[in-house]
Design a protein. Structure first.
Length: 368
């Protein structure tokens, strides 16, 4: 019998095969990555133990790197620098792979649907080696490091994006928006929404200078939509700019309208120059009500409003949001990234720059 499958059944077969191929590829990538991390951790542990037991110093590492290169020339990743990082990796996480043995990491237990996270593996055991190196070099606090590792897994950050998130202190900004989510949403949803938003948002990819109009800010964000979406975070899908809503035979325009794929809801964003004003909450409440009635589907969660302004008084914002019915957050935005204090202190003052440009020497009592 060489009859083809019924047309109604074939798409399902094709979809099942594609799903299994994708699952197998994912398991293979996880297996290779975790096996490599386990190997590096184990090598670091061996060197650490010998240094501690035998009193060997750091000089053993250059010798190991040289001998490994000579005896295993085809093997990569065993330079002096990388071996030192293996030792550091073990010392930073001495129990990371303690329950596994080399050659049999937890990925050996995975089936079609499970992941290393389901076996309680920390996020640092699941992200690539290059990401771990970056975290060890840039983030000293282990708890903060674990936050970035988990965020990398959740958001699929590349190494460059992870670096950008570290440099902009994403961990300190996430979940900091002033909101009424706890009052207007059930606990699981309210917590998830709160952690999705941040304060402040950094728009340092724009070239705006004071004074600027709100429309200029909006235009700049749309012109750099990819960077704007990256700053907003994973899950935001752009719906429209100056989205027209007709209410009572009048036209109203929403600055920016998004749909969040994880939260399953529309997100209304209003851009405001200057400080937050209580009346902004009432206008946002109106917009969210209209979107809920006109655009929201039965399976969607309630629409969320986000007011972005340059400054806010948290007490005023909390009082303003307490009296509105819709879930709304208030966050600030910054157009320039603040310099670290130690770097800012080393920069010349305006007066010093003016003297240099003028070519003059600073006046002294003798020269007057």
């Amino acid at each position: 019998m060489n009859e083809p499958p019924p047309a109604s059944q074939y798409p399902g077969l094709l979809a099942d095969i594609k799903q299994r191929i994708g699952q197998a590829q994912t398991r293979a990538i996880l297996a290779v990555n975790q096996a490599l991390l386990a190997l590096y951790w184990d090598i670091g542990g061996l060197i650490h133990a010998r240094q501690k037991q035998q009193g060997w110093g750091a000089a053993v590492i250059p010798r190991l790197a040289k001998d490994l290169h000579n005896e295993l020339p085809e093997e990569k990743g065993f330079s002096e620098r990388n071996i030192k990082l293996m030792v550091q990796f073990y010392r930073e996480y001495p129990t990371l792979f303690a329950a596994t043995s080399i050659g049999q990491p937890l990925v050996a237990q995975l089936n079609e649907t499970t992941t290393p996270a389901e076996f309680g593996q920390p996020a640092v055991a699941q992200i690539p080696w290059a990401h771990n190196i970056l975290l060890m070099q840039k983030v000293k606090d282990v708890e903060v490091r674990q936050w970035y590792a988990a965020a990398t897994l959740s958001n699929g950050w590349s190494r460059n994006i992870l670096l950008m998130q570290i440099e902009t202190a994403a961990h300190a900004r996430q979940g900091k928006t002033t909101s009424n989510f706890a009052l207007r949403l059930p606990p699981p949803q309210s917590d998830l929404v709160q952690q999705t938003l941040k304060d402040p948002y950094l728009f340092d990819f724009l070239t705006l200078t004071e004074p600027f109009h709100e429309r200029e800010l909006e235009t700049g964000l749309i012109r750099h939509l990819e960077k704007f979406l990256l700053e907003l975070g994973q899950g935001f899908a752009f719906v429209g700019r100056q989205h027209r809503m007709e209410v009572g035979e009048q036209d109203f325009y929403i600055d920016l309208l998004f749909y969040h794929l994880r939260l399953r809801c529309f997100v209304v964003i209003e851009l405001k120059r200057g400080a937050f004003k209580p009346e902004y909450a009432g206008k946002m409440n109106f917009y969210c009500s209209v979107v809920d009635d006109v655009l929201r589907h039965a399976q969607d969660a309630p629409t969320i409003g986000l007011i972005l302004c340059q400054q806010q008084n948290e007490v005023i914002a909390e009082y303003a949001l307490r009296g509105v019915d819709k879930p709304i957050g208030v966050s600030t935005f910054e157009l320039t990234r603040a310099l670290p204090a130690e770097l800012a202190s080393k920069l010349p003052s305006i007066e010093q720059i003016e003297r240099e440009l003028g070519g003059g020497e600073p006046e002294t009592p003798e020269s007057q």
